[in-house]
Design a protein around this ligand. Structure first.
Ligand code: DGY
Length: 326
């Protein structure tokens, strides 16, 4: 029997898989996410830990867990919260949950596109504020999407799924990525691969779907969208970020939105979550969501179940389904 620690609540279906396999499950019953101190105390002596994007798996986490730790299974496709090299050095397998959150996250990304370009957040806030309003020819006009250019940064599964939605709305697709799209996707979307400067200069909507690669690493995406990048975007363009907050320099984005360098933005992620730059809160031309990309019952159940299957694969000796770091 192995000891499996869950740093946050998991759907019953996922917990039952662990219990059914005969493992001791140390679950989290708190209504809110546990503090770092709670997590470090609870992981001590664990053979497996199921982590969330909010858990930093670094040397202090691995030290707190102890040498018996065999697997860290992240309930997320992004794994910038995990020091994969540190895990590997200690013989700890790290895993993620690709594939199962593609449509949910693409739906959220495209919801942000619609909310930002059609000023839906502004309209909703106006009604809730109790201020008087009436229909008018030029009241809260936004930008139509048909015939506009969708600029996809990061043509992985979620990026492609979002571009598919954009195409269904009549948009033309350009994309930038380290590698071309998977075979068939470019033709299906009628997409054209361009470099980042061309994408920024031509897109009406720039949508970010690349992983966060920290500063100093090859192909780092930290602050990929900084003041200089924003300055090269069209004044009428919108930026959507449903990937990771630090890909955008939030302070520079506040300035760009305030000064009309770009028309608007939609954000599901922030540089220092859950903190949101106070400048963003004052602006009407930005839509703000609290990291809801994969937040559907079906998707979270699939993510948790996949993470647990990764744990069972390692503990049972079959190996993980989704190992990180090659
Ligand atoms: C992910 O899977 O990376 C998401 O951000 C978690 O919701």
């Amino acid at each position: 029997m192995a000891r499996v620690v869950l740093t946050n609540r998991l759907p019953d279906e996922a917990v039952e898989l662990l219990v059914g396999a005969g493992h001791e499950v140390d679950g989290w019953e708190g209504a809110e996410a546990p503090s770092r101190e709670d997590v470090l105390a609870r992981v001590a002596g664990a053979d497996a830990v199921v982590t969330m994007v909010t858990d930093k798996v670094d040397d202090s986490f691995l030290d707190a867990a102890g040498e018996q730790l065999r697997v860290v299974a992240n309930v997320a496709v992004g794994y910038d919260n995990i020091d994969v090299a540190a895990c590997r050095e200690r013989g700890v397998v790290a895993t993620n949950t690709p594939g199962v959150l593609v449509d949910a996250t693409a739906d959220t990304a495209f919801a942000l596109v619609l909310m930002a370009t059609r000023r839906l957040g502004e309209g909703e806030r106006l009604i809730r504020s109790g201020q008087p309003w009436k229909w008018g020819m030029d009241f809260l006009l936004g930008m139509g999407l048909q015939g506009k250019v969708f600029g996809l940064v990061g043509p992985g599964a979620i990026g492609i799924a979002t571009a598919r939605r954009a195409k269904a709305f009549g948009m033309e697709i350009v994309y930038q990525g380290r590698s071309p799209m998977k075979p068939g996707a470019e033709a299906e979307l009628g997409a054209r691969r361009v470099d980042l400067p061309e994408l920024l200069a031509t897109a009406d909507v720039v949508s970010l779907h690349c992983p966060l690669i920290p500063q100093g690493q090859p192909d780092s995406t930290y602050h990929l969208i900084d003041a200089d990048a924003l300055a090269t975007m069209r004044g009428s363009a919108y930026l959507v970020n449903s990937a990771r907050g630090p890909i955008v320099d939030e302070a520079a984005l506040v300035e760009a939105l305030r000064d009309g360098v770009i028309a608007g933005a939609g954000l599901d992620v922030f540089e220092d979550e859950p903190r949101v730059h106070p400048g963003l809160l004052e602006l009407e031309n930005v839509v703000l969501l609290p990291h809801l990309g994969s937040a559907t019952v079906e998707t979270r159940t699939a993510m948790a179940t996949l993470a647990v299957r990764n744990v069972l694969g390692v503990l049972g000796g079959d190996g993980p389904l989704n190992p990180l770091g090659g």
